[in-house]
Design a binder for this molecule. Sequence first.
Ligand code: G1P
Length: 293
Amino acid sequence: MSSTNRVRKAVFPVAGLGTRFLPATKAVPKEMLTILDKPVIQYAVDEARAAGIEHFIFVTGRNKGVIEDHFDLQYELQDTLEKRNKKEALEVLAKYQPTAGTTSFTRQQAPLGLGHAVWCARDLVGNEPFALLLPDMVMKDDKGCLSGMVELFQETAGNIIATEEVAWEDTHKYGVVERGKNLDMGFEITGMVEKPEPGTAPSNLFINGRYILQPEIFSLLEKQGPGAGNEIQLTDSMLTLAKSQPFFGYQFTGNTYDCGSREGFIKANMAFAMDDPELAKEIANELSRLIEK
Ligand code: G1P
């Protein structure tokens, strides 16, 4: 286990097909669908940057090239805006522009599961602890889920998984952890299971898509056979790693929107719109008008 408690790199698996959003996702990756004026992927990247992440690693797939373009400098646009003196637009571009050399892209090649996607980042991560953010899960909280996890990690080292409460009848849709002793900021994880059969979950704390993991996970992923849904599951390798390294749970109390589903995506748009002073009033009025209809 690495002795450093700095988390410099974050991995973003973005190879998923997004079939639930067809036909929108035929030519546009689901991570580029927008919540207000930012693509879904930008929310996870902003959360990571706010938590101190310095290098952003994307595990992509075919038809995802536009994600790379999104994080590149758009010279022609920049030039046109400068010539037209469009200061505000230039400021927006600058605010979200990663510095050259701080993004990396690799391709998953085959859709073998989340565990396989994470394994594909092994060379880019190297031998240090890293954050993993599943961009479909958009978090809304003043503090930022990963920032809270980094604080916990500085106390505990080991591995951190963010969790949230979910209705018991929905536990079979997620990875679920078993809760051990409470700590100041989090709790010990004593077990975990991916997509438990209904009625068998060890708790109603689901894995919400944010992790800080030690690099030893990669050699376990390399040997990991298929699990739930016949996919290579990250949770199965984390369970093996938990035999030799501690795992801690961070209980996130903000709002999470599963933007891999239509309802989550629409709810996220509504929630962020209600937070935007330019939009809130008009959107609230329109929603009440539609409800009263
Ligand atoms: C993945 C993880 C699961 C986690 C979920 C959160 O599942 O395997 O443990 O609870 O993300 O979104 P997937 O959504 O890819 O089926």
